[in-house]
Design a protein around this ligand. Structure first.
Ligand code: MRU
Length: 343
């Protein structure tokens, strides 16, 4: 299950728009093509778009024709800014691009050497992400009861990351540790990441999964059918407010009402200490067609329009803990998230 491949000829992305029907890779050679792939959700999920953008920047660096190193760095920065604008909410995208730009600017190297350093750094971001997922899995699995139905929203698995997954990584690690786990995957309208991607991934690794309509979550919790909720994150503000797939906020409120623990699993690259609270997180609104149509068929009457905010913000007070690769962070989040990031 490898959403991203990178070889001599460029970048290959598993087209997530076609799953679970077809497993097809598309090739991307330029940063402009990579930006479109992120925008159109060939690849999606916060860490995965960060890794993809980093590779996109390297593809750009390899093609820059520059008169001087200064000219090269100016052009590299422009490509980075363009990649960063592909999707606004997941901070991993800007974080990965900025990390590469910093490497390019900080080292006293020739242009050729910078390009090879950028290649190494992009690979490092990717490897670190897989390691972080595994570490979150080890720490987070301890929070899951020995026998549990765990509800998750959207797709925060191998497809959304460098590999293994954040929220799904925690669930996988609990399962691999011998716990009796069943997953309830919210279908996640409108894009259906839960029904199409999470169910596909879990089936591949042999973890029992049932798809549930988003609106059923509260009722399932009230009936005692959910022992824990684990979701991923697109950006975590300094105070612990969490932006994640639309519908996450409703889940968290319902979890509080029904005394179900609500966990967020995300690497430190998703924590944005420069953004004070959830109110400051830019929320992406996508094309209304994603709501008005389902699997390319219009499901609403002609002439009716739709609202399509792709993410929402869950206030920190609803979150039982944030599982990072370094530690399980609990309230007070402002203080403890800063400690985790600086650890
Ligand atoms: O619009 P998407 O599919 O990119 O949204 C993805 C999510 O909301 C995920 O939950 C989040 O990025 C965490 S992925 C490890």
């Amino acid at each position: 299950m490898r959403p991203i491949l990178w070889d001599q000829k460029g970048l290959l992305l598993l087209d997530q728009r076609l799953l679970p029907w077809k497993e097809k890779y598309l090739r991307f050679k330029t940063p402009a093509q990579v930006k479109q792939a992120i925008k159109k959700m060939v690849v999606r999920g916060a860490p995965a778009i960060g890794i993809t953008a980093a590779i996109g920047l390297v593809l750009g660096a390899e093609r820059i024709k520059a008169r001087s190193k200064k000219d090269f760095l100016a052009k590299l920065k422009r490509i980075g800014e363009s990649l960063k604008s592909a999707r606004p909410t997941a901070v991993n995208l800007a974080w990965a691009v900025d990390r590469l730009i910093k490497v390019a600017q900080s080292e006293d190297l020739s242009v050729d050497d910078i390009v090879s350093r950028l290649r190494q750094e992009a690979l490092k971001i990717w490897e670190e992400d897989i390691e972080a997922n595994k570490a979150m899995g080890r720490l987070g699995a301890k929070l899951i009861p020995a026998k549990a139905s765990v509800l998750t929203h959207c797709n925060a698995g191998a497809l959304a990351t460098g590999g293994y997954g954040t929220a799904i990584g925690v669930i996988r690690a609990a399962f691999e540790a011998g716990k009796e786990i069943e997953v309830i995957a919210d279908e996640t309208r409108p894009w259906l990441q839960g029904a199409r991607l999470t169910a596909w991934e879990l089936k591949k690794v042999g973890i029992p999964v049932k798809i549930s309509p988003d609106g059923a979550a509260g009722s399932l919790m009230a009936q005692g059918k959910v022992q824990a909720i684990v979701v991923g994150a697109d950006r975590i503000a300094a105070n612990g407010d969490v932006a994640n797939k639309i519908g996450t906020y409703s889940l968290a409120v319902l979890a509080r009402e029904n005394q179900v623990p609500f966990y967020v699993a995300a690497p430190c690259s998703t924590i944005d200490l420069a953004t004070s609270t959830g109110k400051d997180i830019p929320i992406e609104w996508r094309d209304e067609k994603e709501v008005l149509c389902c699997v390319k068929k219009r499901i609403a009457p002609r002439g009716v329009s739709a609202l399509n905010p792709a993410f929402d913000v869950t206030p920190n007070s609803y979150i039982s803990a944030i599982i990072t690769e370094r530690q399980v962070v609990k309230a007070p989040y402002e203080e403890n998230l800063a400690k985790a990031v600086e650890a």
